[in-house]
Write a protein that binds this ligand. Structure first.
Ligand code: HEM
Length: 489
């Protein structure tokens, strides 16, 4: 109580609240971006609020993003925050249930499997999964109809990701038992489990049973593969089976199984939320959907041949759709770190003490008019050169001059040290997303296939956009997110 009620003069300003432990938990939880924007207006870029009894310091803007996400390992720690939620879902000895140095090695193994060569094989897999889904799903039968797009996108995401990343053998099991088991695992990811992760509640029992069963399915698959001998499979599982830690030990089967769960879960919510938002936005802007269709005809040919990896680079508007959607609808609105040693905030009198949690919200700078003219407008074309709404201070990775930019090797590949960017939907620093390229390939391919198949509009024909559901850990469109679809002839 003392910690919550009193503050030293060097702590950032505190958001006003009536009740000591609850603090601002409810106003924050209802609409985190609104909470951040409002308090930033009152207090500046760095301020503290009470979240479930804990002093939580938000630092927004490019400097804040850099301060938190590029924090040194002796200053900030992610695993202390996330492990209660992730370890029961993923399993032991991976991600946040191990020292950070081990996670860095695990990320390196997983990242090496996500190469251009792999992506080349993924695009046809993803395309086929989407077209076959659209053919067999009753909600898409006929010439037109109305559909709640979110559950459809969740299914398309799991089928495309499991097939591409985990191979056909695992993908085929999603039609039977794996989909239900992953659904049970998902229950472990609800925010209430930050407090009740240990409780013998029915959904936690189902989560634990699902974790053991899914891990066993992966371990049995590995055993079968070994018995068969190397049959040249190049997927993630095979790659992890061939990986060795720096200390010379091979990655044990249970860790591979747990990494496979972690990868699928990490990608599932973020990608399925993003693809749902893309579809909702296209329904509110049929002109953009038509421009996308025309872009494919102009750049790939009138007969629209099957999509290849190389085609994605020929569709700049299609690429911009993903970028612009992630700017306004980044599924991870709050990134948290425990503070391990007092952290002075450069250029201010503030020092963040060790009893605070730090919270980065890159979505705030991504919707700041200082960097993005008319920030609330969803305008994919702004990502094209010389557009009047083009962003400032955002550089593509391929534009970063390697000599000018100091780089550090976190063990899983070089990462740009200068992460003081207003646009970081995939995070930055040692915990930066390894799935960015995969997500882009997956989302661009899904979008291109949907554009080939349908015209969308809002059911009432308006340009309205649905609100955001912040009730789970990853924000997503409120349901039902109904879209009117019409098949292209
Ligand atoms: C980390 C976003 C897709 C795997 C992260 C982080 C963000 C993020 C913001 C940093 C979290 C932190 O600093 O605490 C996204 C978005 C995605 C996406 C917006 C899709 C649109 C994926 C996919 C995969 C994946 C498809 C797997 C194939 C990971 C992993 C980490 C990560 C392994 C590292 C966690 C850590 O080091 O602590 N992602 N992600 N993500 N993501 Fe993604």
């Amino acid at each position: 109580l003392k910690q919550v009620l009193f503050k030293s003069p060097n702590e950032p300003p505190m958001v006003f609240h009536w009740f000591p432990i609850i603090g601002s938990t409810i106003t924050y939880g209802m609409d985190p971006p609104k909470f951040f924007h409002e308090n930033r207006k009152k207090h500046g870029d760095c301020f503290t609020f009470i979240l479930l009894g804990k002093k939580t310091t938000v630092y927004v803007g490019p400097e804040g993003n850099n301060f938190i996400l590029n924090g040194k390992i002796r200053d900030v720690n992610a695993e202390e925050i996330y492990t209660v939620l992730t370890t029961p879902v993923f399993g032991k000895d991976v991600v946040y249930d191990c020292p950070n140095a081990k996670l860095m090695e695990q990320k390196k193994f997983m990242k090496i499997a996500l190469t251009t060569e792999a992506f080349r094989s993924y695009v046809p897999i993803i395309s086929d999964e989407v077209t076959s889904y659209l053919k067999r799903t009753p909600d898409f039968k006929g010439q037109s109809g109305v559909v709640n797009i979110c559950p459809k996108m969740a299914q398309i995401t799991i089928f495309t990701a499991s097939h591409a990343l985990q191979g056909k053998e695992i993908r085929d099991q999603f039609d039977e038992k794996l989909a239900d088991l992953y659904h049970d695992l998902d229950m472990g990811f609800s925010p209430i489990n930050f407090m009740l992760h240990w409780a013998p509640l029915p959904w936690n029992n189902r989560r634990d049973h699902a974790q053991r069963t899914v891990a066993k399915i992966y371990m049995d698959t590995m055993k079968r593969r070994r018995a068969r001998g190397d049959d040249g499979q190049k997927d993630m599982m095979q790659h992890l089976m061939n990986s060795t830690y720096k200390n010379g030990t091979k990655v044990p089967d249970h860790e591979i199984a747990h990494m496979m769960i972690a990868l699928l879960m990490a990608g599932q919510h973020s990608s399925s939320s993003t693809s749902s938002w893309i579809m909702c936005r296209l329904a509110s802007r049929p002109d953009v959907m038509e421009a996308l269709y025309q872009e494919q005809i102009d750049n790939l040919g009138k007969d629209l041949p099957p999509l290849k990896y190389e085609d994605l680079a020929k569709l700049p508007l299609n690429q911009a759709i993903v970028k612009e959607t992630l700017r306004l609808h980044a599924p991870i609105h709050s990134i948290m770190r425990a503070v391990k040693s007092p952290m002075p905030v450069p250029g201010t009198k503030y020092v963040i003490p060790t009893d605070h949690v730090l919270l980065a919200a890159p979505g705030v700078s991504a919707t700041d008019s200082q960097y993005f003219p008319e920030p609330d407008k969803w305008e994919p074309a702004r990502w094209q050169k010389d557009h009047p709404l083009a962003p400032s201070m955002v550089r593509n990775e391929d534009e970063i001059n390697e000599e000018e930019e100091e780089k550090i090797d976190y063990g899983y590949g070089l990462v740009s040290k200068g992460s003081a960017s207003p646009y970081l939907p995939f995070g930055a620093g040692r915990h930066r997303c390894i799935g960015e390229h995969f997500a882009n390939v997956q989302l661009q391919t899904i979008t291109a296939e949907i554009v080939r198949a349908f015209k969308f509009r809002n059911v009432d024909g308006s340009d309205k956009v649905i609100g955001t559901d912040y009730a789970s850990l990853f924000s997503r469109p409120l349901e039902p997110a109904n879209i009117y679809w019409e098949r292209r002839n």
